[in-house]
Design a protein around this ligand. Structure first.
Ligand code: ADP
Ligand code: MG
Length: 389
């Protein structure tokens, strides 16, 4: 496919993975006039429920991949743990964005950190632990630290905080001695992320930087504009994110998470080769959403620099909210109560079973000023039983 070949509305776009990110991609693609196909084994996956086509197979199923390639003019992914091999196989027949090679870097914390370093972007001091010898050789300087599995971690899962060498040894055992990265615990001032989109022609655009509050390792609240971040720090984060995307030859939407340390320096934490939870506010607060940007990048449509039109707060709606104090059975939160407030945009992902820590939906509050957005977001939090922020 040449760079000038644009896949226009009316075509079918495919997505590997049927979670909420796939669902919001499907919504954006359909709004623009595309048909959609989702590959996910779960018959009630959030994206499968709303897509024109749903191929219910595993990611490596030959017949499933063939069907997806036959139905779609281009394919993207909503899940970084789709085997890179499946993307490579699809890419032999159809344009795939992002490429399997880029997804392979993002799937592995060790490769990801090597990529940051190669781009000249600082990351946390760390050591790779794949063998007992590497474990024994770890420098004391990395303690206290966080031991993270190199692959398959998310929402704080697959990581253990360790203060001493004895705790480190026990933690590696607990993680079943799989390949890990030990990172030095850094003095965080706050956490931010930058979402960029890169087109087939190499153009890169970015969304305004987000400030993120995590609770128990899970994103709880995203605020834009980022209240604590100077223009100078934002600029450094934008430049780093552009460089990280460009030097992978990346095509698609990429999110880079950064720590801002107490001395004002920035450190790249991790990246996701897809739209990101910290970019959900873009649906309601920006003139182009991260999901529309994913459609534009994979189809070769123009990318434009997205603008934030309203200050906002995004609150994640975790399954915990379905079990208010004392409740033993699942109860629907007071949606009517929160929707009575101005500027509240509710997004639920169609998951019927609420579980603690499970992302059931999110809600974005937009307002004419940041102070008003915060005021309404705090009222929403009080109604739903979310801890104030
Ligand atoms: P996940 O894949 O679960 O998002 P992260 O590597 O982003 O994993 O870690 C989850 C959270 O843990 C981060 O958002 C941050 O709050 C905290 N954290 C992770 N690494 C460090 C570190 N090196 N120093 C201090 N805090 C950290
Ligand atoms: Mg993270």
């Amino acid at each position: 496919m040449s760079q000038s070949d644009v896949i226009l509305p009316g075509a079918t776009l495919g997505v590997m993975g049927g979670g909420q990110l796939g669902r919001m991609f499907v919504h954006a693609a359909q709004a623009m006039g595309y048909n959609t196909a989702v590959l996910d084994a779960d018959p009630s996956s959030p994206a499968g429920l709303v897509s024109h086509h749903h191929i219910r197979t595993g990611y490596l199923d030959e017949a499933g991949l063939k069907e997806l390639a036959a139905q779609c003019a281009a394919v993207t992914t909503e899940f970084e743990n789709v085997p890179a091999q499946a993307l490579a196989q699809l890419a032999q027949i159809r344009p795939v964005a992002p490429a399997g090679s880029a997804v392979a870097i993002c799937q592995d914390r060790a490769k990801e950190k090597a990529h940051f370093v190669a781009c000249g972007v600082p990351c946390a001091p760390h050591a790779i632990i794949e063998t007992p010898e590497q474990l024994a050789a770890v420098s004391e300087d990395l303690l206290p630290g966080i031991l993270k599995t190199a692959r398959l971690g998310y929402d704080g899962k697959g990581q253990i905080r360790v203060k001493t060498r004895a705790e480190l040894n026990a933690a590696w055992d607990e993680l079943k001695c799989v390949g890990c990265v030990l990172e030095k615990m850094l003095p965080l001032a706050y956490e931010v992320s930058v979402i960029v989109a890169r087109g087939r022609n190499g153009q890169v655009v970015h969304f305004p930087l987000q400030q993120n509050l995590h609770r128990d390792g899970i994103l709880a609240v995203t605020t834009v504009p980022a209240p604590s971040v100077s223009a100078e720090v934002s600029q450094r984060a934008y430049e780093a994110a552009h460089q990280i995307a460009a030097s992978m030859g990346y095509v698609g939407v990429l999110c880079v998470e950064f720590f801002v340390l107490q001395d004002g320096s920035i450190v790249a934490n991790e990246m996701a080769p897809r739209p990101h939870n910290s970019g959900h506010h873009t649906i309601d607060a920006c003139d182009v959403s991260q999901f529309e940007m994913q459609v534009r990048a994979m189809t070769g449509l123009p990318l434009v620099e997205p603008q934030l039109h309203s200050p906002c707060h995004m609150l994640n709606l975790l399954g915990d909210l379905w079990f208010p104090a004392g409740a033993t059975t699942q109860q629907e939160p007071d949606w009517a109560g929160v929707l009575a407030l101005p500027g509240v945009h509710l997004h639920l992902y169609g998951k019927t079973e609420a579980r603690k820590g499970r992302k059931m939906g999110h809600l974005t509050v937009t307002a004419p000023t940041a102070a008003q957005a915060r005021e309404v977001a705090l009222k929403v939090a009080a109604i739903l039983g979310i801890e104030p922020f």
